[in-house]
Design a protein around this ligand. Structure first.
Ligand SMILES: Cc1cc2nc3c(=O)[nH]c(=O)nc-3n(C[C@H](O)[C@H](O)[C@H](O)COP(=O)(O)OP(=O)(O)OC[C@H]3O[C@@H](n4cnc5c(N)ncnc54)[C@H](O)[C@@H]3O)c2cc1C
Length: 250
């Protein structure tokens, strides 16, 4: 993990309230799929955690949805050439074993972004089946990256694009046909709970990336602690953000 001063190369709107930010680090940075960065914005003391979507040498791209003051400042104040203080790379990330050939990706909302990094890492070596949920057609993005999978199903809450329903419902409709070796997921907690329920008894590993509120991002402040099913606790930033779905209380 390093703290760098990055230079903004591009920061553009890609969908309704969604932006794509590419910055240049000071050196080449190796990032695993599912890892994240902590970005310092607008002079706020707490950095904001954002998943890495793409990394190529020293260029890193993250995508973010406008939420509160931090992400609004990021969209408004950081144009090309501005400097950003960034901690990276953080967290454990997703691993896919050699024996796991068919990989299902189930993402909802901003949870689709860490899964884009999985697509970029594995689109040539694995069969990827993506089930991605958006609020509506206006929120849809990442079309090019999603098209690199073997099969993509888009779901929207209001039915304005693709399947009318959630990404989990879209996935379970095709489950018997696809029979994945592993499922990787990220999205709002109700979505992850629905996935846990739907996958019960199927004997397929499911890994979820949690998007808890974070303070430091490096395991020191304990703001992001989550409860494990064995009664222990884990730091989402340092021990996660990716966990086996059966190991964490959702
Ligand atoms: C590992 C990880 C990866 C993430 N990846 C993405 C991503 O790729 N794209 C994206 O749009 N969002 C992502 N998020 C959520 C993102 O961090 C929050 O939306 C963002 O921090 C909100 O900041 P804000 O100042 O705009 O909102 P505010 O609500 O004003 O934030 C206030 C404080 O609460 C924290 N906070 C608020 N909501 C969240 C949340 N859901 N998760 C974590 N911290 C929160 C902020 O860090 C900040 O310190 C991720 C979160 C985590 C933990």
């Amino acid at each position: 993990m390093r703290e760098i001063t990055a230079t903004v190369l591009e920061n553009k709107r890609i969908a309704d309230e969604v932006y794509s930010l590419t910055f240049a680090a000071d050196d080449e940075i190796a990032v695993r799929p599912g890892q994240f960065v902590m970005i310092g914005v607008g002079g706020y003391p707490l950095r904001r955690p954002i998943a890495v979507c793409k990394s190529e040498g020293e260029r890193i791209t993250v995508c973010y949805r406008l939420k509160g003051d931090g992400t609004r400042s990021l969209a408004r104040d950081y144009k090309m050439g501005e400097k950003l203080s960034v901690l990276l790379p953080l967290g454990n990330g997703f691993y896919v074993k050699d024996t796991e050939k068919k990989v299902a990706l189930v993402g909802g909302g901003v949870g689709i972004f860490p899964l884009i990094s999985v697509i970029r890492a594995y689109s040539k070596s694995k069969e990827l089946y993506a089930y991605m949920g958006f609020r509506n057609r206006a929120a849809f993005c990442m079309e090019y990256d999603l098209a690199q999978t073997k099969k993509i199903a888009v779901a929207t809450d209001d039915g304005s694009l693709g399947f009318h329903g959630t990404a989990v419902q879209a996935f379970m409709r095709e489950y018997d046909e696809v029979r994945p070796d592993v499922v990787l997921s990220c999205g709002p907690v109700p979505m992850l709970r629905a996935l846990k329920e739907a996958m019960k008894g199927r004997n397929v590993p499911v890994y979820v990336s949690l998007e808890e509120r974070m303070g430091c991002g490096i395991g020191a402040c304990l703001v992001c602690v989550c409860e494990k099913t064995n009664g222990a606790h884990a730091r989402v930033c340092k021990d996660g953000p990716v966990f086996e779905i059966g190991d964490v209380v959702l």
